[in-house]
Design a protein around this ligand. Sequence first.
Ligand code: HEM
Length: 350
Amino acid sequence: MAAPQPVPQLVLGPPTRAALFLTLTVAPGRETDVREGLGELSGLTRSVAFRARDDALACVAGLSSDAWDRLVGGPRPRDLHPFAPLQGPRHRAPATPGDLLLHLRARRADLCFELARIVLDRFGDAVTVVDEVHGFTYFDERDLLGFVDGSENPTGPDAARAVLVGDEDPAFGGGSYVVVQKYLHDLTAWNALSTEEQERVIGRRKADNVELPDDVKPADSHVALNTVEDEDGEERQIVRQNMPFGRLGTGEFGTYFIGYARTPDVTERMLRNMFLGDPPGTTDRILDFSTAVTGGLFFVPAAALLDDLPAPDTAPAAAAAEPSAPEAAPADAVLPGASLGIGSLKGAPA
Ligand code: HEM
């Protein structure tokens, strides 16, 4: 029988009405502070979540490739690397600064705000917030382009298989890779299209969210370019938890794209399809109305590993002295400590 996987952070939590996305940089010389702060994250989440147990507060933390090297010792997650910017014939996906990603979610925005406040207070001047997006659920689960967003996400065991690292990288089992991009929409240009034209951009009908038949769906539609398969014809999937955001006064209308995957390879393939085109030059029509202004790739360690990330210089000694250190232990040995954070991370009633 396969060994049980370490308990993940709450990557696959229940749907929530609110989210707060924080991208942070870590001040040089403050790596130890921040690593220790990350170890307190599950406890801080418990403190707030317990006060509103029905509201599913969760905080998922990820580290960039550079941050991993600076903050953490021992082996590296196999597929962790910096976000690769893309320059296509018409559109650009920039890579922007960010050492840590905090993805806070809850049924109520106040809980996300309260936890973020406490966490940032804990980190103090060891971190700088370089991007902050307060996302909300728009009616009918629509994005600000007016289309239902998220319906083709895998669910249940399929979702876990799509997003959680397994035996291919045992020291990091239960982890996940997350790609984020902040997009701004040109709603004036978008709203100048007829509904039928918009439907051909997305590849689904607007009112009832039904996918266009293959012989009608254009090759440069968003859905066509993001349906990717492996060499055996198996669909390769990610789990998206996109959120609309905006500021009316400045005419800012956006989608915060966030995609979790077992390997960043899948998300990167989708991005290449969108920005470079598949075949080359057939780029995603959604990009004619949406500009990517940020881009980052982060590794989300399993819950127990985040609670106790090894320090760079002390890692080998710690591994020898501490049998549950991830680099010294089989994947399932990470399990016992995982119970520390999980119940409360879920924020669900007992
Ligand atoms: C599908 C919106 C960016 C990957 C969809 C759908 C909408 C949508 C409305 C159809 C409904 C659904 O299945 O969810 C957007 C918007 C974006 C954005 C507004 C930002 C401007 C991205 C990016 C990726 C992506 C950057 C990948 C890197 C996908 C995938 C599907 C999808 C995999 C499902 C395709 C299928 O199997 O039918 N998106 N999306 N999206 N999107 Fe996006």
